[in-house]
Design a protein around this ligand. Sequence first.
Ligand SMILES: *[C@@H]1O[C@H](CO)[C@@H](O)[C@H](O)[C@H]1NC(C)=O
Ligand SMILES: *[C@@H]1O[C@H](CO)[C@@H](O)[C@H](O)[C@H]1NC(C)=O
Ligand SMILES: *[C@@H]1O[C@H](CO)[C@@H](O)[C@H](O)[C@H]1NC(C)=O
Ligand SMILES: *[C@@H]1O[C@H](CO)[C@@H](O)[C@H](O)[C@H]1NC(C)=O
Ligand SMILES: *[C@@H]1O[C@H](CO)[C@@H](O)[C@H](O)[C@H]1NC(C)=O
Ligand SMILES: *[C@@H]1O[C@H](CO)[C@@H](O)[C@H](O)[C@H]1NC(C)=O
Ligand SMILES: *[C@@H]1O[C@H](CO)[C@@H](O)[C@H](O)[C@H]1NC(C)=O
Length: 840
Amino acid sequence: MCFPKMGGGVLRVSIWVLLLLNLACCSRGFDPVDKYYINCGSPNDVVVGNITFAADKSASRFLSAPLEILASSNSSSITPSDESEVYRTARIFTGPSKYTLSIGQTGRHWIRLHFYPFVFQNYDMKSASFSVFSQSTTLLSDFTPQNSSSVREYSVTVTAGDLVITFSPSSNSFAYINALEVVSVPDTLIADDASTYDPLGPFKGLMGQSMETVWRLNMGGPFISLANDTLGRTWISDSGFLLQPNLATFATGVAHYLEGGATPDTAPPMVYGTCRKMDSAANPNSNFNVTWGFKVDPGFQYLIRLHFCDIASASANQLVFNVYIDSFLVAPDLELSAKYPGQLAAPYFLDFVTPLIDRNNLSLSIGPSPRSAYPDALLNGLEVMKMNNTKNSLAGGAAALPGFPAKKKNLGLIIGVCIGVVAALILLGVLFFIHRRKKQERLRIEKSWVPISVNGGNSHTMGSKYSTGTTVSVGSNMSYRIPFLSVQEATNNFDESGVIGVGGFGKVYKGVLTDGLKIAVKRGNPRSQQGLAEFRTEIEMLSQFRHRHLVSLIGYCDEKNEMILVYEYMENGTVKSHLYGSDLPSLGWKERLDICIGAARGLHYLHTGDSKAVIHRDVKSANILLDENLMAKVADFGLSKTGPELDQTHVSTAVKGSFGYLDPEYFRRQQLTEKSDVYSFGVVLFEVLCARPVIDPSLPREMVNLAEWAMKWQKKGQLDQIIDPNLVGKIKPDSLRKFGETAEKCLADYGVDRPSMGDVLWNLEYALQLQEAVVRNDPDENSSNVIGQLSPRVGEFGNGNDNGGESESGDSVARFESVDDLSGVSMSRVFSQLVKSEGR
Ligand SMILES: *[C@@H]1O[C@H](CO)[C@@H](O)[C@H](O)[C@H]1NC(C)=O
Ligand SMILES: *[C@@H]1O[C@H](CO)[C@@H](O)[C@H](O)[C@H]1NC(C)=O
Ligand SMILES: *[C@@H]1O[C@H](CO)[C@@H](O)[C@H](O)[C@H]1NC(C)=O
Ligand SMILES: *[C@@H]1O[C@H](CO)[C@@H](O)[C@H](O)[C@H]1NC(C)=O
Ligand SMILES: *[C@@H]1O[C@H](CO)[C@@H](O)[C@H](O)[C@H]1NC(C)=O
Ligand SMILES: *[C@@H]1O[C@H](CO)[C@@H](O)[C@H](O)[C@H]1NC(C)=O
Ligand SMILES: *[C@@H]1O[C@H](CO)[C@@H](O)[C@H](O)[C@H]1NC(C)=O
């Protein structure tokens, strides 16, 4: 049985603006008395959402450990997420070590352990094995964190004194931790009693139980990050847990918190505002259950909290249904509006404690009750919490709490080691300084420019690669200027053989800096004098403007009337080149979805990030580039604008963009909004699915324009007829349906009807989950789950039909991105011209 694992690695962010408004009005905000957020092993504070993970240096007063080992990673493969900065560092423990945290208020506390393994010196964290204890409760026993990030959340009751968390390496191994949170839980969150299956009555004594949150799900909704939960919890989407996704659908609405019921602290509005429900419409015989399956450890009891809020019914008193845990009917004839007669959408929750579970799975079902007039059932959120066993353990086996040798004995050793370490550090420092001086001499020529991150804010990553060898913090007054000589050298004096793109503006060269970093150099025509000021503005703007899904600026050069921009080199060229018109191997469906999701992230950031919305205005597959890992980055901001308010003052803005991608509404009304990008992105989605040019004049008339052609098939519900032949049989119908619907919505005639980029992003994530959802227990489903039939029509879009209305020049690389404008200053016309116009 293969169930997805919970983990911080699956961080997905999405925007749910409506619900957020509601949050603003209801969130009272619990202020925990005890709050420790420690960014272990790091000298820096990191802010994630509203939470500041404090630098580790001050943690040493809580900590007793045999050795001080602070590990840091400069790998760029850290999972992209809000929390990734927290995961760049870790503290390593070579022997039993403990944090002793003083507690201001007794009661339940959360302990969150963040693990993200990487290699530091000769510590390969993937091989670490260790146990963790809270007081005398075993939290983890001989545990080896998985390959990607994982967050373990526990809650324990502290009755007096300090909270002691102990890390104890298994023999011949070591322990580590990337971040540690200890936070008070509101007293009202978990009561002392809960319903049980037991006819003898409710379970008493939850207070004394230690628990581990095994699953916390937002039914029918997106991932919710700790930044969007008043108590810093994360909620993952339930779609991967549905046993028969085709029986379920989802609904969204607005929850109205009422006195005496759940509060935003119980679960945020984003949880109560979405639900998973029976898809009675699509399954006319409505006598079925919607069931979720979860992987659990046998040998424990579980506290199960079900969150309900009827946001789906048209009127109150309509919804009556049954809830089963495994096959036990735990809530017969549950009537959601019974608690608040006449009220719809009032959130509340129910707790259940299971008997000892003896299998490694647990299922939860909702289904119609014979009492209901109309068969329906829904669930908004779910928490599954493992309870400690009689050995006071939450781990499979209870490990022995290590004894600590009396401090004195070790003191001499520790001091000795410390002196040794300090001496070694000083020596290293001196060596480094000498080395650096030498290097600076050697690289004097490059001295005038300072590196920035190439990887969207991961400034750690690149520091050492650049001339000065220092890492520069973002936001300070930094210079991106690169001496002309360096550019000349990098491109072998603009050697023609290094040209990877040509456009109206000039050429794009591939280059290599002296330290081996590959770059793409866009050189404007030196004779062009116009717009130097705008060129400069652009650079200033772009330097503040970084995201892992936007191609990064490395520097620029304006010596001798040159207008040169230097970008990170994108190994895999444009998305377009991977779709058609080249010999590159065809991409799989998951890869394509990942690419679309990446590009959507980049655009979403442009539209919502920083202070002002930025409209790209030239979204197309040739402007989405792929790095060596096929990670998508949006490029070419030459036409971008802040908008829409800016545009009202610039009414005369000529319609710009690329043929085949252009928003018809923008064309008609000449008014620019983010929704024009959404339209173009919709075209890209169809292009990715069908792998043909968006305009192909060589085809029969009705097929020339991809957007029209694909919409025709989408509206008929037969999009599968025109997909890329390479994908036939490989897309699950649900995934294709979601994808098709998303693209269709993007192409709505009126901007107001189109989704925001955030919605598009979420829908694509959802399509990906539908594709990856593991089919369980149902061999029949396999056949229906993959598109079987292929119409001969599909064959008409072969690889030979490339280049329809577009020229390919300059597409094979980090083609130009010029810049964006965040301040409202108009974009550099220079670089607008520089931008190669495809079909413009
Ligand atoms: C999540 O929180 C962030 C910052 O707190 C906010 O910008 C974003 O809009 C929120 N997302 C949702 C879906 O509410
Ligand atoms: C950082 O990267 C450099 C090479 O770029 C490597 O030599 C060094 O070991 C890395 N440091 C860590 C902590 O991974
Ligand atoms: C971790 O990575 C190794 C190799 O890199 C792989 O064999 C193993 O299956 C991975 N484990 C998980 C849990 O993903
Ligand atoms: C984050 O902080 C802001 C301002 O302090 C507050 O308005 C918002 O509600 C907080 N968000 C959460 C999820 O607590
Ligand atoms: C729903 O599941 C329960 C428990 O497995 C079962 O008893 C019941 O018959 C199911 N209902 C339907 C309509 O399948
Ligand atoms: C749960 O586990 C039992 C026994 O291990 C197995 O028979 C059953 O098929 C599993 N159910 C699911 C839904 O995986
Ligand atoms: C959990 O541990 C506590 C001691 O901390 C113990 O009193 C309690 O009985 C344990 N729970 C169970 C279900 O055994």
